[in-house]
Design a protein around this ligand. Structure first.
Ligand SMILES: Cc1cc2nc3c(=O)[nH]c(=O)nc-3n(C[C@H](O)[C@H](O)[C@H](O)COP(=O)(O)OP(=O)(O)OC[C@H]3O[C@@H](n4cnc5c(N)ncnc54)[C@H](O)[C@@H]3O)c2cc1C
Length: 469
């Protein structure tokens, strides 16, 4: 059975949709290249947490940080570190001081060793553009305006994660200014405890990152099978359940992401992508298998083959930010759900349709869980099969309590199937199980490393790692 839908309109609406799938709004789009040249405050991605700082310190070279370190040593300096302002929870915003590292945006590619040296202000789009000249790629997130500063040390999940692992798994070395004002180099041999922490523990808990060295990988053309439509919960439940089953048994060269939102009192809108790194038929066959297991297919399907850069640009244009007022939360699913379980979730979404909510889901596994949860600070490898992100667009200058409650209801409909963990790069300020959600059993070790490198807790914010006892 082939489902019907008003597909053309949906395709246009989703033309620049990413994992977050926020439609392009010209009014809010923002030229990164232009802003990077100006000494303007960065427009944050989540306008809900926008705050005007008293002072912005632009870091153009490491000596600028040495001057700041003297102030840091005086203690009680409230500040945030910022590279792009993309943090969902506004952790890079501050009313007092913002240490702005966007101008530390160098990028050097070592062709022989296929290694990349970048500054924290270097954007994913710049990395993609440079590495693609050599037929190489860094596995990183979809949004090309995200910067390396926050992204890499928080984890980094994107198109190539199942193929090659998280962005933090590609780290070979980090240079970071710690609380005593010195610059530490962290790698497998030197400051290896700090290096462990910086692979999933978040950079701004330990210092100000000034340079990252990362391994890149050779990529051939990618194929994207794209499906979209508007369907009733009983039909979609079958399809999503089949999609999950296929994702779990697929080779690591295949990536799976989907996005669902409630649009009216009867239907859910879906956009799904199966992306193969290499052989085109892998993605096409996977889509056929999903439809076969489900006994139906979603209404519009297209197949596109292009270079890694072309696909990255299709998923998220290189200069697009898309700032908005948002409530965003995350969870990890421990396993695939049955059609009945999906039906219950989708029905509750449909019932809530007046409070628009959406979720995105991406398959993990592949090279992400080839190592244990303890091998780096990123604690969601062997226990998590899918990552979920819930979003609601809020209204400016309104309490928005009902909309936030709707996101929480959506989140709680998934709770029986989740690991209890959450992704630190998608932070929530009011997460019920607090920091344990982000780091699980790795939290005690992180607090000890925090104690060693930042005993006075100079680097603190709403979700920072506490200093161990
Ligand atoms: C539209 C959008 C799409 C996204 N898509 C993905 C995705 O596909 N996959 C994924 O994994 N993530 C994704 N993210 C999340 C993204 O990885 C995080 O928001 C990340 O923390 C952004 O880092 P940043 O430096 O660009 O942002 P900022 O807001 O500048 O910083 C984020 C955090 O990093 C800290 N930080 C920044 N620079 C430094 C530095 N030099 N030293 C120390 N700490 C620093 C800040 O203090 C803050 O805590 C997305 C975010 C957005 C807004």
């Amino acid at each position: 059975m082939r489902l019907k839908g008003n597909t053309r309109r949906q395709i246009l609406k989703w033309v620049s949709a990413s994992l977050l799938s926020i439609p392009v709004s010209k009014a809010l789009s923002f030229s990164v290249a232009k802003a990077a040249q100006e000494n303007e405050p960065i427009v944050p991605f989540n306008l809900r947490f926008k705050s005007d700082e008293r002072e912005r310190i632009f870091v153009e070279k490491e000596s600028d940080l040495i001057r700041f370190a003297k102030r840091l040593k005086l203690g009680k300096t409230s500040f945030s570190i910022q590279s792009s302002g993309h943090c969902f929870a506004g952790l890079s915003q501050n009313q007092n001081i913002v240490v702005d590292t966007r101008k530390l945006n160098k990028i050097v590619f070592d062709e022989k060793r296929q290694r990349l040296t970048v500054g924290p202000g270097t954007r994913i789009g710049t990395v993609n553009a440079v590495t693609s000249n050599y037929g190489m790629a860094l596995p990183a997130g979809y949004c090309q305006t995200v910067a390396m500063g926050g992204h890499v040390c928080g984890g980094g999940i994107g198109i190539l994660s199942r193929s090659f692992g998280l962005t933090c798994d590609q780290l070979l070395q980090v240079k970071i200014m710690t609380a005593d004002g010195s610059f530490a180099v962290a790698n497998n041999e030197t400051n290896s405890d700090l290096f462990w922490a910086l692979r999933g523990g978040g950079a701004s808990n330990f210092g100000i990152v000034t340079e990252l060295v990362l391994q890149t990988h050779r990529v051939s053309d990618l194929t994207v099978v794209r499906l979209s439509g508007r369907h009733q919960p009983h039909q979609l439940a079958q399809w999503i359940s089949a999609w999950q089953k296929v994702a779990l048994r697929s080779p690591k060269e295949l990536g799976f992401q989907l996005y669902c939102s409630n649009v009216d009192g009867e239907n859910i809108e879906i956009l799904a992508r199966i992306i193969s790194n290499g052989a085109k038929n892998l993605a096409v066959d996977a889509e056929r298998m999903v439809s076969k297991i489900a006994g139906l297919s979603v209404s519009y399907s297209s197949t596109y083959t292009g270079s890694f850069l072309e696909v990255a640009d299709m998923l998220w244009p290189r200069d697009y930010v898309g700032s908005d007022y948002l409530d965003i939360r995350s969870d990890f699913l421990a396993h695939a759900l049955s059609p009945t379980e999906w039906y219950d979730i989708l029905i509750s979404m449909v019932k809530d349709w007046r409070k628009r909510v959406s979720f995105s889901m991406e398959a993990l596994g592949g090279n992400i869980d080839r190592i244990s949860n303890e091998e780096t600070a990123f604690a969601h490898r062997t226990t998590a099969k899918f990552i979920l992100q819930y979003t609601s667009r809020l209204r400016q200058d309104e309490p928005n309590t009902a909309r936030i409650q709707a996101v929480k209801r959506l989140q709680s409909s998934f709770t029986p199937y989740t690991t209890g963990g959450a992704y630190y790069n998608y932070p929530e300020r009011d997460r019920a199980n607090g920091l344990t959600a982000y780091w699980g059993d790795n939290l005690p070790r992180l607090t000890q490393i925090k104690k060693k490198y930042d005993p006075e807790n100079a680097f603190n914010h709403a979700l920072s790692i506490p200093v161990g006892k």
